[in-house]
Design a protein around this ligand. Structure first.
Ligand code: PHE
Length: 347
């Protein structure tokens, strides 16, 4: 073996033993660096004759090509190994089943509200939405419920630590009835000065609040307000309309309505609406589902309308109560506990 063959073998061995790119670069310097073994061989050519230079030069070049090839191969091998390691570390098993989120579902109260909206929309009612934080005027005064009147305690609510323009605490509305006023005012304003005002026909579902908490009362609950005001609207319209609604809601005609005299400051006369199923598990008991009545003339006035000309009725039904009856649930709190064992039954 001549000295150049030995040099190539040494280089191949050194490169092979280099375990990292840094070690490999050091090994390279020992052969191809400024005073590397191959570089020294090239320098030594200077002292040779022309012919010797030619033949020796060719041999050295051949050796250099081999060394460079070995270096290149080792570089590639180290880079491949590095990539392999990295791929292993970041391995993804694409055959693993994905982590799914559970299927969501519409909350039974939201579903019930949507159902109520659809039924009333089919009877020509608009659906309105309004603030849950109300002024004293909309929650009480405009509804003919003056300050210090004992009827206010029927609707003891929560107050917000902020005062309205009249210096009264804002409240969390204890019922959806403020929406009667808000909607009717906007309607009256929109049609002011016209010879004829189309009837007001609206429902306003939403959250309401009272200081109350047991199996059938929650501090936050849901009502749907209904209002129909026109020049020729009477209690019989209320009865027909409410019966049509309740039959559509419960998908049965085997059901009776009863109007039981009651009191609300904003209606006169006032009545509770009770229903009785004539078939099914709830048969034979009167169940209260709504307050109602003919809109009080003072309330008509507060809406910006002339009580000599306009008359109407209103009702306020408990959405949660309707949902409990429809789904056969005895504890209202189940709706609001957020327990998936309960809620997932409504998928
Ligand atoms: N706002 C009344 C309540 O919350 C219900 C009601 C609405 C009564 C409209 C009459 C007319 O009890």
């Amino acid at each position: 073996m001549n000295d150049l063959e030995q040099l190539v073998l040494d280089a191949q061995g050194d490169f092979q033993r280099s375990a990292t790119p840094a070690e490999l670069e050091n090994a390279k310097a020992r052969y191809l660096g400024k005073s590397g073994r191959l570089t020294e061989q090239l320098k030594a050519l200077a002292s040779l004759s022309h012919d010797e230079k030619k033949s020796r030069g060719a041999l050295i070049n051949g050796a250099k090509q081999q060394v460079e090839a070995a270096l290149q191969a080792r570089r590639q091998a180290l880079a491949d190994a590095e990539l392999d390691l990295q791929l292993k570390a970041e391995a993804l098993d694409v055959t693993l089943p994905g982590r799914r989120r559970g299927d969501g579902a519409v909350h039974p109260i939201a579903a019930t509200t949507a159902r109520i909206e659809a039924i009333f929309a089919s009877m020509g009612f608009d659906v309105a939405d309004g603030p849950e934080i109300e002024t004293d005027w909309y929650s009480f005064t405009a509804l003919n419920n003056p300050e210090n009147h004992p009827a206010r305690s029927m609707q003891d609510t929560f107050y917000v630590d902020v005062k309205d323009a009249e210096g009264r605490w804002l409240n969390l509305r204890p019922h959806t009835s403020p929406m009667q006023i808000r909607y009717a005012q906007a309607h009256a304003k929109k049609h002011a000065g016209k010879p004829h005002m189309p009837d007001i026909r609206v429902i306003a579902p939403g959250r309401t609040y009272r200081v109350d908490s047991d199996a059938t009362h929650s501090p936050m609950f849901h009502q749907v307000e209904g209002l129909w005001v026109g020049e020729n609207v009477s209690f019989k319209d209320l009865k027909a309309m409410y019966l049509a609604f309740i039959q559509a809601f419960f998908e049965t005609t085997e059901l009776k309505l009863r109007f039981r005299p009651s009191y609300f400051p904003f209606t006169e006369p006032s009545a509770e609406i009770d229903i009785m199923f004539e078939s099914g598990p709830l048969t034979g008991r009167w169940l209260e589902v709504s307050g109602s009545g003919q809109v009080h003339p003072q309330v008509i006035r507060n809406m910006g309308l002339d009580p000599e000309r306009y008359i109407g009725f209103a009702f306020g039904s408990g959405i949660d109560r309707l949902a409990m009856l429809r789904y056969g649930i005895s504890d209202l709190r189940l709706f609001f506990d957020g327990d998936l064992r309960f809620l997932s039954q409504f998928h």
